[in-house]
Design a protein around this ligand. Sequence first.
Ligand SMILES: *[C@@H]1O[C@H](CO)[C@@H](O)[C@H](O)[C@H]1NC(C)=O
Ligand SMILES: *[C@@H]1O[C@H](CO)[C@@H](O)[C@H](O)[C@H]1NC(C)=O
Ligand SMILES: *[C@@H]1O[C@H](CO)[C@@H](O)[C@H](O)[C@H]1NC(C)=O
Ligand SMILES: *[C@@H]1O[C@H](CO)[C@@H](O)[C@H](O)[C@H]1NC(C)=O
Ligand SMILES: *[C@@H]1O[C@H](CO)[C@@H](O)[C@H](O)[C@H]1NC(C)=O
Ligand SMILES: *[C@@H]1O[C@H](CO)[C@@H](O)[C@H](O)[C@H]1NC(C)=O
Ligand SMILES: *[C@@H]1O[C@H](CO)[C@@H](O)[C@H](O)[C@H]1NC(C)=O
Ligand SMILES: *[C@@H]1O[C@H](CO)[C@@H](O)[C@H](O)[C@H]1NC(C)=O
Length: 911
Amino acid sequence: MGNHIFSQKFKFTLCAAIEILLLCSVLGGSNETDQLALLDIKSKITDHPLGIMSSWNSSFHFCQWRGITCGKRHQRVTMLDLSSHSLQGSISAHLGNLTFLQFLHLYNNSFIGEIPPQIGNLHRLKVLDLYQNSLTGKIPANISGCSNLLVVSIGSNRLVGQVPLEFSTLTKLLIINIQLNNLTGEIPPFFGNFSDLEVLSITYNNFKGTIPDSVGQLKKLWFLAMGVNMLSGTVPPSIYNVSSMNSFTVEENKLHGTILSDLGNAFPSITNFNIGYNQFTGTIPASLSNASNLEIFTIANNGIGGKLPSLEKLQKLRWLSISINNLGTGSDGDLDFLNTVSNKTSLKLLAINSNNFGGSFPISITNFTSLSILTMDRNKLYGNIPAGIGNLVNLEMMYTDGNKFTGHIPEEIGKLKQLKKLDFEGNKLTGNIPSSLGNLTQLTHLYMHNNALSGAIPPTLGKCQSLLLLNLNRNNLSGSIPGEIMSIPSLSIYLGMSQNNLNGPLPVEVIDFSYNNLSGNIPEFLADFDSLMRLNLSFNDFVGMVPEKGIFKNSSAASVVGNKLCGGIAELQLSKCNFRNSRKGRLTLTSKLIIAASVTVCVALAMHILYFLYAKKIRVKPTSSSSVNSLLQVSYQSLLEATNKFSSTNLIGVGSFGSVYKGILEKEEKIVAIKVLNLVNPRASKSFQAECEALRNIRHRNLVKLITACSGVDYQGNDFKALVFEFMAYGSLEEWLHPIINHHNQAERCLSLLQRLNIAIDVASALEYLHHYCQTPIVHCDLKPSNVILDDKMVGHIGDFGLARFFHETSPNSAAPLSSTIGIKGTIGYTAPGLAKVEEVLDPFILEEIKRDMSRRDPNNQGNYEVEECLIAILEIGVACSDEFPSERMSIMDATAQLSAVKRKRLSGEN
Ligand SMILES: *[C@@H]1O[C@H](CO)[C@@H](O)[C@H](O)[C@H]1NC(C)=O
Ligand SMILES: *[C@@H]1O[C@H](CO)[C@@H](O)[C@H](O)[C@H]1NC(C)=O
Ligand SMILES: *[C@@H]1O[C@H](CO)[C@@H](O)[C@H](O)[C@H]1NC(C)=O
Ligand SMILES: *[C@@H]1O[C@H](CO)[C@@H](O)[C@H](O)[C@H]1NC(C)=O
Ligand SMILES: *[C@@H]1O[C@H](CO)[C@@H](O)[C@H](O)[C@H]1NC(C)=O
Ligand SMILES: *[C@@H]1O[C@H](CO)[C@@H](O)[C@H](O)[C@H]1NC(C)=O
Ligand SMILES: *[C@@H]1O[C@H](CO)[C@@H](O)[C@H](O)[C@H]1NC(C)=O
Ligand SMILES: *[C@@H]1O[C@H](CO)[C@@H](O)[C@H](O)[C@H]1NC(C)=O
């Protein structure tokens, strides 16, 4: 045996089909292709502050580089996980060369640029996780090539445009997370065809139109997030058929209609229901009482009226936001539903503001000791604020403004140490400002204006050293302004004490703020202090614009040097300001807060689901994908009928130029494979022609048979081209050589050496025919296992002639077309002969067969042609016809003959 053959380097060439069958694990490039790809990926990363890339050096095999996981057998990259490493740069197009990649995690970095379309080469990819980067451009149409994708998480980027139609072929998806981008267009109705879909989040985009009815077909969907888009219309009733629904959020759209009266029973597992900021009307259904898993219920800012049902069974309710509606009658008893809350400690947020609720302060609230947000402002509530409020020690925000509360502010308010925002504005409160407020060192906003408070301002307020805003306007306060308040360094948004009975001098403390670390903008209100004579803000960290009014009109009175300021009057000689106003101010403070908080919860929940529940245990299903691949006698209409309107259940594969459907042609009563060309791809039209021409006049038992073709327009008036082939029951060789890990039918999907040999002979015969027996030699140019299709007798047929070329011999040396077969040209070096050499690249099934064969070996029977010898003979043929130089290459005719000889020997040896 000429063992030296194995030590040469060779490139995949036309004959490579043969060795592909056996050296299947090196298919699609080699381990060196992976290394090159990784090095290119590294070269595009411009900064890696946490140092992860420094281990990517030649001291180690790339499988040992940080973030890389390789397959044990073939040493090819199966997972690339560079999440949360503060990486900057772009994503290399060479990523597409990591053809064994199944998991791509680049989550939480600063990648810019576009998602490289080469991603479509990653046919094995299951998880595409690019969440939270700064990627721009569109979702590449090529993503359809990743036909095994289970998770697409590309949210929190800057993607634009529509979800491409090609996305519709990703029918195995379990999770779609495209939230937080700038995507436009309508929600694609084909999402409804992803029958395994469990999570769909499109929140925070610019989707418009209606929620497609088809979403109701998603029987496994449990997380649906469509909030913060521009959706209109009603929630399609079909959605209430999705009884698995756990989280349903459509907040901040323009949806209308009523809440299904049977909600609590239709969604028995619902935990999160958020329809806030829409135009819903009607009432809250009584069936809500049965939604015993409900944790978050948000209907804020709609036109919903009536009263609330009993919340007794809702033991897990932690978030009740019914603000800004027409709830309540303005009289006693409106808030009785709060008495039905049986789990007093579960509630974290109670937002009932801006409704019609009447009655006194519901005393039951004082038992909700876990409450952190309480908004009851702008209702018709009256009476005293109970001292029991002091029980709510976890309270961070409390809004009671715009009611008719009377009496004193209880001293117990000082127990609420976590309080950050406190609003009593616009009531009829009397008495003193409690000095215990000074205990609230976290307080940032304190509103007490528009009441009838009297007495002096307590100096203890000066202990609220986090205060940004203090409004005491329009009360009956008297006495002087305590200096302690004026020296609160944080007080920068607003300080109001107007329309009181205050007297005495303005304390000097207000004047000099220099040499602090004060940051943020210069508070506008400083410009409104008419009595201010001098103001020194110099040498702080103030940013932004210097006001031009009040004291700031006079450059000698106001000193601002030593900051990062701009604008102001010319004398200050600061640079011009150049910034845009970022926040849209359409929501009131309270409501903005509620919505922001609720959206944050949703997004956090989505992230939680993605990264903790799923990433680690993606289930894998068997697949029937095959790229059955590539005479105009059939109409669009009959193909439409044959495939049941190109229904996704008939989709059997996605190739580079289109999708392949299984169908039944009525006229011929025949099961066929219909390849619909994706004409968005400009090369698809060309490939249609190439394929038609190549296959028009050729017939061979090992070529896929073209039955008919269609070229016309579809019912939308778009060009439509399709090729109709004989249907091949066993799909592509690729699926047999690289079955998707699947513990149930793994046994079925393994080829014996003899089967492989047969298929190799089939392929070689077809090539022989194409090269030598056609009128004009045809070069396939895209020969690879996915283009070899197996019929129900395991006979191989070459398909997909989309790249085929007629080989008109121009010069005898022009072997260019002949060598451009496999898309990726890898270089593989074999050093030593014998099985121990090739063991690691061998398919484990073959290895097993060899071992079985060896254990059966009869030492007395020297005549047996052992499986091992058979294998080596095939390998030799494979290598011989893969020589880099065409002149040195074994001809395909010899290859066919020799393979047949091996087969004969093997068969006789076995008997
Ligand atoms: C690639 O695989 C070959 C054969 O197993 C091996 O000799 C070589 O060292 C590998 N190269 C890399 C970079 O892994
Ligand atoms: C390669 O990476 C390893 C691990 O980070 C490091 O210890 C070693 O110094 C690096 N070698 C070179 C040549 O950079
Ligand atoms: C994102 O990455 C940074 C840097 O590694 C890390 O500090 C931060 O915790 C990550 N954030 C999330 C949400 O994973
Ligand atoms: C890898 O991919 C890039 C870009 O897609 C291509 O230009 C290059 O030739 C490929 N490299 C190898 C070694 O296959
Ligand atoms: C989002 O897209 C809209 C319209 O397509 C555009 O006006 C807007 O500036 C974009 N926003 C961002 C943050 O890119
Ligand atoms: C009451 O609420 C708490 C906090 O949310 C929760 O842990 C507990 O399970 C609830 N009790 C019941 C009986 O559901
Ligand atoms: C609050 O809780 C206490 C003790 O659990 C109970 O005695 C009281 O009746 C409750 N008050 C209200 C108003 O629910
Ligand atoms: C709260 O404030 C009051 C009045 O200023 C004071 O007497 C009391 O000691 C403070 N309590 C705590 C726990 O700081």
